[in-house]
Design a protein around this ligand. Structure first.
Ligand code: 5GP
Ligand code: MN
Length: 327
């Protein structure tokens, strides 16, 4: 796999690096990790990261300020696509990927089949795209800048090493990042845990508004755009809330909906039970993700969206042998 990617790098003069819309820590970490790596390994090549938007809480990542958000007319020799396995997840940049002479996907989403991309490394058991990226890199060019990016992706996608996707290999890579002298404590604390007062307050509202569904096996809550306005937060400020909802003992899973406009809600699903695969639920609604964390977008009001999601959850959870967490 590494040989195939290396030969694509060698052939290309211009490389664009792309990731999914609303890029998270793993998407930003992997795209910028590759950019920093290629800068050292192939300084003569023109390498540009394009992302639809990028949360400024990741501005500490080397190369963050050079991320481009425009739609260029250029045709690139190679599109390296990170943390995303389908053209539709690239938003406006799907066209850039299609127009490139070659494409290579590095991803770990269980819902990424790779069908659209003959050249790929898609490993659903890997903790993160950053972990796979590290394994595809030549360690001689693994600088402190690259390590800062890779470590960021790993901690965001493992919930700081607590999700079941974390392996001893994940920890080994994290150790190699630490050996480069990265600011690991602030990457975790400032980048992952610390919230503004408004974010804390709106999280409190979501928790208070949470309701139990499906014989108390699912905990769900939502935020409208009006709610976000009244707490002076926007969409990018609420993406950590679902992790707090997930920390609910007796339930098998949680649902968090937040309104994104156009009569549409973003749906975040988390499983607390290895028997519950939320990626199958998200995939039913043209979304995707992982067994324990997945998402999709749905039109309608909160009640009707919850009804649809619950009907899909019941397909798994009403099976007679489903081992519920409910006590
Ligand atoms: P989150 O709930 O944090 O937005 O996303 C959880 C996981 O599901 C992430 O790995 C994310 O990439 C994936 N995911 C979220 N929304 C979508 C979607 O609309 N389509 C696909 N394919 N994956 C999604
Ligand atoms: Mn990821």
């Amino acid at each position: 796999m590494r040989e195939a990617l290396d030969s694509l790098f060698e052939k290309a003069k211009t490389i664009c690096i792309l990731g999914h819309t609303r890029p998270d820590g793993d998407c930003l970490g992997s795209t910028l990790g590759w950019k920093n790596y290629l800068k050292t390994r192939f300084p003569e090549k023109a390498v540009t990261v394009f992302l639809m938007e990028a949360n400024s809480k990741f501005s500490y990542l080397p190369g963050f300020s050079e991320i481009r958000h425009d739609i260029p007319k250029d045709e690139f020799d190679l599109a390296l696509i990170c943390d995303c396995g389908g053209y539709d997840r690239l938003g406006e940049y799907g066209r850039l990927a299609k127009n490139a002479k070659e494409r290579y996907v590095v991803d770990h989403h269980i819902t990424s089949s790779g069908e659209e991309f003959p050249y790929h490394t898609i490993l659903p058991d890997a903790s993160s795209t950053c972990e796979i990226s590290f394994d595809l890199m030549d360690e001689r060019y693994f600088t402190k800048e690259v390590a800062t990016c890779i470590y960021t992706g790993i901690i965001h996608d493992t919930g700081v090493f607590k999700y079941t996707s974390t392996s001893s290999h994940t920890m080994e890579i994290a150790g190699k990042c630490m050996d480069k002298g990265i600011a690991f404590s602030s990457i975790i604390d400032d980048g992952f845990f610390m919230k503004t007062v408004n974010q804390q307050r709106v999280t409190g509202k979501v928790l208070l508004d949470g309701r139990l569904y499906m014989e108390d096996r699912i905990f769900a809550s939502s935020l409208s755009m009006k709610d976000m306005e009244s707490f002076s937060v926007d969409q990018k400020d609420v993406d950590g809330i679902v992790s707090v909802l997930r920390e609910t003992k007796e339930v098998d899973g949680v649902i968090f909906l937040y309104e994104v406009g156009n009569n549409t809600y973003k749906v975040s699903l988390r499983s607390n039970n290895t028997a519950l695969d939320v990626s199958a639920v998200a995939a039913h609604f043209s979304g995707g993700g992982h067994k324990m964390a997945a998402g999709c977008s749905l039109k309608g009001d909160v009640a009707s969206i919850l009804e649809k999601i619950i009907a899909e959850l019941r397909k798994q959870m009403d099976a007679p042998d489903f081992p519920s967490n409910k006590q």
